[in-house]
Write a protein that binds this ligand. Structure first.
Ligand code: AMP
Ligand code: TRP
Length: 343
């Protein structure tokens, strides 16, 4: 649905939320608990924009057909996880050319030094023979995503905090140099679940790019796969179910997952499994997670076979383009770029 201007004015009484997820690899329960599972929480009270950030996904080598498939699949998962396209704008980043254009302008105020300090870049570049310039400037594209929409709040996992801080710095720097243009956004990181750890190494975060698929539970895993992976998950010494991230990082991570999927506090989880040992706890956890993800899996399959996603993404792109174009025009005027075409 393309919004008429009147509705646009009304919706600006609400605060605006923006978040993005890359269509690289399958989404796992870290993505779900840290980000996409929370997206729907904002759709009633906020004016929401959620983007499948495919331009970010080409900063590392990709298979074109697979990227196209995953882009649509990621959007379908947004909806399967509870987003309503009538309430939130869901779109693909590359459908809106303003993102890449603003990223260029912001690259011209971001410094080499500050980008070199980004820990995600350092992690992703480590050990690689060749690293693209796109991977280096990736956080600036993320800043453009956020700043184009006058975003107030950015719900993300812990690993994106530094990128949102960079976004704030770039917004402030631009505003100071060229006059107030951008809203300075706030990151919103969940108190619990902002950093779900790997099942095979609880000192590393659960990640799409981990070579070992058993390190993560994917949102679309079957109940059997979920049970197998939790069964295989590393545990700590002893057999007590206690929350102590320092001394028992593996069990603490599993307890966090249990707590978030069940809505029970960590103390309630501990009490429920007191004296029962890791085996019983892990099979209870597997059952819980499989059951909570069942409706997401079912809705996802329906959406993928119905073909309705394409229409949703087209409408979303039109709305995103319409709203961000006035910001882009303002930016170009402020920095001295004049347009000779009347578009
Ligand atoms: P990405 O897979 O990097 O596109 O991340 C999509 C969203 O999931 C971002 O908001 C991340 O911060 C979040 N996220 C990724 N991995 C985790 C994790 N292990 N725990 C919690 N949130 C995560
Ligand atoms: N960089 C984010 C990640 O890897 C994805 C992302 C791109 C994003 N643009 C964004 C997240 C804007 C929030 C807002 O997870």
């Amino acid at each position: 649905m393309v919004c008429v201007p009147q509705l646009e004015v009304e919706s600006r009484n609400k605060k605006r939320v923006f978040s993005g997820v890359q269509p690289s690899g399958s989404l796992h329960i870290g993505n779900y608990l840290g980000a996409i599972g929370r997206f729907a929480l904002f759709q009633e009270g906020y004016d929401c924009f959620y983007s499948v950030v495919d331009l970010h996904a080409i900063t590392v080598p990709q298979d074109p057909a697979e990227l196209r498939r995953r882009t649509v699949a990621t959007a379908a998962l947004f909806i399967a996880a509870g987003l309503d396209p009538e309430k939130a704008c869901i779109f693909v980043q590359s459908d809106n050319p303003n993102h890449a254009e603003l990223a260029w302008v912001l690259q011209c105020i971001a410094t080499f030094g500050e980008l070199g300090r980004m820990t995600q870049f350092k992690d992703k570049a480590r050990g690689k023979k060749s690293v693209t310039a796109g991977l280096f400037t990736y956080p600036v594209l993320m800043a453009a995503d956020i700043l184009l929409y006058d975003t107030d709040v950015v719900p993300v996992g812990e690993d994106q905090k530094q990128h949102v801080e960079l976004t704030r710095d770039l917004a402030e720097r631009f505003n100071k140099r060229f006059g107030v243009t951008f809203k300075v956004p706030e990151p919103l990181i969940p108190a619990q679940g902002g950093r779900i750890m790997s099942l095979t190494d609880p000192l590393r975060k659960m990640s799409k790019s981990d070579e070992d698929p058993d390190s993560r539970i994917e949102v679309l895993d079957s109940p059997e796969e979920i049970a197998r992976k939790f069964k295989k998950a590393v545990t700590d010494s002893g057999r007590e179910i206690v929350y102590d991230p320092e001394k028992k990082p593996a069990v603490s991570n599993l307890m966090t997952i249990y707590s978030l999927f069940s809505g029970k506090s960590l103390e309630e989880v501990r009490d429920a499994y007191e004296g029962k040992g890791y085996g019983v706890f892990k099979s209870g956890l597997a059952e819980l997670v499989a059951e909570k993800l069942r409706p997401v899996r079912e809705r996802y399959s329906e959406l993928m076979s119905s073909g309705e996603i394409e229409k949703i993404l087209k409408d979303g792109a039109e709305r995103a383009y319409g709203i961000s174009s006035s910001k882009m025009k303002e930016v170009k005027e402020k920095v001295g770029l004049c347009s000779r075409l009347s578009l």
